[in-house]
Design a protein around this ligand. Structure first.
Ligand code: A3P
Length: 327
């Protein structure tokens, strides 16, 4: 229905107002995004608006590539890798867009674009389009599920996701004193009360679908990419239908991609150091610098007691039981 596209996303406000409101989690002093429970998932209000708009209006193409992730699982990294790999013949290394643009400027965030009335911009991108979503599989528009397009799903040890999220929220809210304590934040996460939570449903939703459609959904794990970046980059390129040629491999193209997309390199570009620059189209300042912190595995060890870690692991293991997934 093309006439629907003309309408603004505000048309969904009445429905959104009927959804259950969040308990405290990231909004202890009335700041931070207001979340509501939409079909069993905690989602910031404006993102729900974008989701409803997406579900009504988005037309996926078979050539589309989606990066799907639970926030703080490696979205920024994969945006850079995917973008670079797909466009690798278009740019020279010394004038690469990733040296002047934050990865989030190179790959649009669907829910945000649709929430802010920018769906037209997505429609005119030439194929193959690359976009990202944080929505769980169940909430994706049917158009994406049925077009035959490809989905890259990146996931990460939930304990590190939790810690990463904790720091990200602090930066956005303006300091640890604006937050609940880490212990409470942990508890909320454990209860599934976190943006796009619970995390286990998010990972499992895509995993179950991957079992049905292995050609169309690729699973990558943050920890594995860190361990074997070159292998992961090849896997990614192959999956996207643009495998590296022997000549490219001999020329070291894969290593160049891995190197430029490393956190060390990306973090150092002025565009990602400037704290005034924000890619967010919402009414919130998310500095380009916020997306780069440590980029390591196991930082949870400095934040959780052994007991807390085991408790969360046990919960996730129970949820993953029988699925074939392991943390
Ligand atoms: P940490 O906070 O643990 O350092 P997302 O991009 O999904 O928001 O995830 C952010 C996490 O990915 C942060 O984790 C961030 O430091 C890390 N990250 C960002 N860019 C990266 C890169 N190029 N390589 C590895 N990790 C990266």
């Amino acid at each position: 229905n093309s006439h629907m596209i003309e309408k603004t996303p505000e048309k969904h406000d009445a429905l959104i107002a009927t959804l259950p409101l969040q308990p405290v989690f990231e909004r202890p002093f009335g700041i931070g995004p207001l979340h509501r429970l939409y079909k069993g998932v905690w989602i910031p209000e404006e993102i729900i608006r974008g989701t409803l708009e997406l579900q009504q209006c988005f037309k996926s193409r078979p050539t589309d590539i989606f990066l799907a992730s639970f926030p703080k699982s490696g979205t920024t990294w994969l945006k850079a890798m995917i973008f670079f790999t797909l466009t690798r013949t278009n740019y020279s290394l010394d004038q690469h867009p990733l040296s002047t643009h934050n990865p989030h400027q190179c790959v649009p965030y669907m829910e945000e674009e649709f929430a802010t009335g920018r769906s037209k911009i997505i429609e005119v991108i030439s194929s193959p389009r690359v976009m990202n979503t944080h929505l769980p599989y169940a909430l994706l528009p049917d158009s994406i599920k049925e077009s035959g397009c490809r989905i890259v799903y990146v996931w990460r040890d939930p304990k590190d996701v939790l810690v990463s999220r904790w720091y990200f929220a602090q930066k956005i809210l303006g300091g640890a004193d604006k937050m609940v304590t880490f212990d409470r934040f942990y508890e909320f996460f454990y209860q599934g009360q976190n943006s796009f939570g619970p995390i286990w449903n998010h990972v499992l939703g895509y995993w179950e679908e991957r079992k049905r459609r292995p050609e169309e959904i690729l699973f990558l794990k943050y920890e594995h990419i860190l361990q074997e970046p070159v292998k992961s980059a090849k896997q990614l390129a192959h999956f996207m239908g643009c495998p590296f040629s022997e000549t490219e491999e001999n020329q070291g193209v894969v290593e160049q991609i891995v190197e430029l997309c490393s956190i060390k390199k990306l973090k150092d570009f002025d565009v990602n150091k400037d704290s005034d620059l924000s890619t967010s189209k919402f009414n919130v300042h998310i500095s380009n610098a916020y997306y780069f912190r440590k980029g390591e595995t196991g930082d949870w060890k400095s934040h959780m007691t052994r007991e807390m870690a085991e408790r969360l692991d046990t919960l996730i293991e129970e949820k993953f039981k029988g699925s074939g997934l392991q943390i």
